[in-house]
Design a protein around this ligand. Structure first.
Ligand SMILES: Cc1cc2nc3c(=O)[nH]c(=O)nc-3n(C[C@H](O)[C@H](O)[C@H](O)COP(=O)(O)OP(=O)(O)OC[C@H]3O[C@@H](n4cnc5c(N)ncnc54)[C@H](O)[C@@H]3O)c2cc1C
Length: 318
C-alpha cells in the first residue's frame, strides 16, 4: 500500500533547495509501486512527475500541481556473472560506484562524486572527466506507459541512443527507467580507490564544494562554429577545444556574469557554470538570472546556451 502524502515541500528533495509544495507526493521502491502510483494519478486525473535524487532539477516557487513520484532505494544492486552489475533506478549513483569498488570492479569510478540516483544518471548520460555512464551501460529495463497498459521493456545500449548529456529516455517522457545492467571489468580495489580520491580532489579544486544549493553545471557545453571565438578561447586557456566545444562557464565569464547575483541566486566565482542558491533564492530569481545570461551570451558571443538542468513548472506546461 503506497503512502501518498499531500502538500509536501519539494525544496528539500532537490539539491537546489528551490520549489514550493507538491499537491501529492509518493515514494516508490519497486516496479509494482510505480505502476500503482501511475494508476493512482490516472484515476485521480493528476499530472505526475518522476523525481530521482533531485540533483538536476528545480521546481516552481508555487510547487507542482500534481503527483510527484520519487524513486527511492530498495537496496537492489546485484552482482551478476561476467562482472556485470544490475542496479535499481532509485539507488544513489555513489552507492553503485562504491559497490563496484568494494567488489574490485573498475569502469565507473570516474563518476565518483556525481550526486543523484542511477536512473537519473542513465537518462541524462551523466559524465565527468571524459567518462560517461553510456560507456558501461549494457541494457536498460523500462516501464513504457505510452500505450494502453504499462509494459516492461528492455532497451539495448544502441537503442538507448546515448549522446552528450542525453539519451532516448530524455526525449520520451512515456518511458520510465526501472533498472539497468552495467558491464565492469576486473580492477584493483586500491587503484580504484586512488582514482576516486583523485577525481574528488579535482572536483574540489574546480567546483564549489558541497552538493547543496545548486544542480551542478547549469548549461550544457555548446559546440561553437565561430573560429574567432574558438581561437580566443584556446588562447585564453592555453589549450585546445575538442570538436569545437567551449565550456559554458568560459562563455558566461566572457559575458561578464562570473560572481554576479540576482536576488538569492549567484553565479559561482569558482566555476561560472555553477549557479548557486545562496539560501534565499527562488525559482523566479533563478529563471531571471539564467535568462539574462542566455540573452547576453547570445547577443555578445553569438552562442545559444541550452539548459542541462530541468525546470518543472506548476502545471507542467512550460
Ligand atoms: C554538485 C553537483 C555536481 C554535479 N556534477 C555532475 C557531473 O559531473 N556530471 C553530470 O553529468 N552531472 C552532474 N551533476 C548533475 C546531476 O547530479 C546529474 O545529472 C544526475 O545524474 C541527476 O540524477 P538525479 O537522480 O538527481 O535526477 P533528478 O534531478 O531527480 O532528475 C533529472 C531528470 O531525470 C528524470 N528522471 C529521474 N529518474 C528517472 C527515471 N527513473 N526514469 C525516467 N526519468 C527519470 C527526471 O524526471 C528529471 O527530468 C551534478 C549535480 C550537482 C548538484
Amino acid at each position: 500500500m503506497l503512502d501518498i502524502q499531500k502538500n509536501v515541500p519539494l525544496a528539500r528533495y532537490t539539491t537546489f533547495k528551490i520549489g514550493g509544495p507538491a499537491k501529492e507526493f509518493v515514494a516508490v521502491r519497486s516496479e509494482d509501486d510505480l505502476v500503482e502510483a501511475l494508476q493512482y494519478a490516472k484515476e485521480n486525473k493528476l499530472r505526475y512527475y518522476i523525481l530521482g535524487g533531485g540533483s538536476n532539477v528545480f521546481f516552481d516557487d508555487k510547487g507542482f500541481d500534481g503527483l510527484v513520484i520519487r524513486t527511492e532505494s530498495n537496496g537492489e544492486i546485484n552482482l551478476l556473472e561476467g562482472n556485470q552489475v544490475e542496479c535499481w533506478t532509485g539507488e544513489n549513483l555513489s552507492d553503485l560506484v562504491n559497490f563496484a569498488k568494494n567488489n574490485s570492479l573498475s569502469g565507473i569510478e570516474d563518476l565518483s562524486g556525481i550526486p543523484g540516483q542511477f536512473g537519473g544518471a542513465v537518462r541524462g548520460n551523466a559524465g565527468a572527466f571524459e567518462v560517461e555512464i553510456k560507456d558501461v551501460v549494457m541494457s536498460v529495463k523500462v516501464l513504457d506507459i505510452s500505450g494502453e497498459k504499462p509494459e516492461s521493456k528492455v532497451f539495448s545500449r544502441e537503442e538507448c541512443k546515448f549522446a552528450y548529456r542525453t539519451s532516448i529516455f530524455k526525449k520520451n517522457p512515456g518511458v520510465i527507467i526501472l533498472s539497468a545492467i552495467v558491464q565492469l571489468k576486473d580492477g584493483e580495489k586500491a587503484e580504484i580507490e586512488r582514482k576516486m580520491k583523485e577525481i574528488n580532489r579535482k572536483r574540489i579544486e574546480k567546483q564549489p564544494t558541497g552538493w547543496y544549493g545548486c544542480a551542478g553545471s547549469f548549461f550544457e557545453n555548446p559546440t561553437v562554429e565561430d573560429p574567432g571565438l574558438i581561437e580566443k578561447f584556446e588562447r585564453d586557456i592555453g589549450g585546445k577545444s575538442i570538436g569545437g566545444k567551449i565550456p559554458a562557464g568560459w562563455l558566461i565569464t566572457e559575458a561578464g556574469f562570473r560572481g554576479r547575483k540576482l536576488g538569492g541566486i549567484e553565479v559561482s566565482e569558482k566555476h561560472a557554470n555553477f549557479v548557486i542558491n545562496t539560501g534565499s533564492g527562488s525559482a523566479e530569481d533563478l529563471i531571471m538570472l539564467v535568462s539574462l545570461i542566455k540573452q547576453k551570451v547570445r547577443s555578445q558571443l553569438g552562442v545559444q546556451l541550452k539548459e542541462e538542468v530541468n525546470y518543472v513548472c506548476y502545471q507542467l506546461v512550460c
